[in-house]
Ligand binder design. Structure first.
Ligand SMILES: [Zn+2]
Length: 246
């Protein structure tokens, strides 16, 4: 007897396999990150094929195989045509997907990630401030993975941080440092960037997009986020290169 499950999830990677099959990496609501084989999905008359596009949310019926899940039925829930129409948004969605695939091992689930990913993909596709989504998502997924940085007090000496005093961000120390504790690796952390990151640490994506930081802060926040992502991934995300090209 095969065990079967139904679940919904976002297709984050799609690889053609053999004559007509597809491998899908899906982040699903209850199963978390799963690898799914969709047999015959690329045949012209397949009923499954049309529902299996990248960054699409699908309702799936899965049968458990020896080492992976086999897709037996799929029904489209949501997808965002805006992602196909705007290369920059498509690249941003690809970055969110890559962060999930690199930070969540197969078969695992991070509590809180599914709703965050759903909101983030929709906002990247449709929200007028959607370019801020990857910046917020970087910190949030790392926090969910157990790497929540500390912003309120120096990571080393616990001195509370205040506006108007110099402060630094050390990605390997996992948070903010006072001038006395700064290391050669630490990056200057101007007050406005510090205030934004401290706010993001507690705020929802909706709240962040309602009141995004001033636009001139974008490069600084991008550099800080990348420094932190880089610390936890062995190699830089492929998406950084893609985004540069876009
Ligand atoms: Zn200190």
């Amino acid at each position: 007897m095969h065990r079967t499950r139904t679940d919904e999830g976002w297709i984050l990677r799609r690889q053609e396999y053999g004559e007509a099959d597809l491998w899908l990496d899906v982040y699903a609501q209850t199963l978390g990150r799963v690898r799914v084989l969709a047999r015959g999905a690329r045949k012209a008359r397949s009923r499954k094929g049309g529902h299996l596009q990248l960054f699409q949310q699908v309702r799936m019926t899965l049968a458990q195989g020896r080492a992976w899940w086999i897709l037996t039925q799929a029904q489209s829930q949501r997808w965002f045509p805006e992602l196909r129409q705007h290369l920059d948004r498509y690249a941003a969605a690809g970055y969110l997907a890559e962060l999930v695939l690199r930070l969540v091992p197969e078969g695992e689930r991070l509590p809180g990630l599914y709703p965050l990913l759903s909101q983030a993909l929709e906002a990247v596709a449709r929200h007028p401030q959607g370019h801020w989504v990857p910046r917020y998502f970087e910190w949030k997924i790392l926090a969910l993975a157990g790497y929540r940085p500390q912003w309120d007090a120096c990571v080393r000496c616990a001195q509370p941080m205040r506006l108007g005093r110099p402060k630094f961000f050390d990605p390997t120390a996992g948070g903010v440092l006072c001038p006395a504790c700064r290391t050669p690796r630490s990056l200057p952390l101007p007050d406005r960037a510090w205030a934004a990151l401290r706010h993001w640490d507690r705020a929802t994506l909706d709240a962040v997009l309602r009141h995004p930081p001033e636009e001139d802060l974008f490069p600084q926040l991008e550099a800080l986020g990348r420094a932190y992502v880089q610390t936890w991934l062995e190699t830089p995300p492929r998406a950084w290169k893609v985004q540069r090209e876009v």
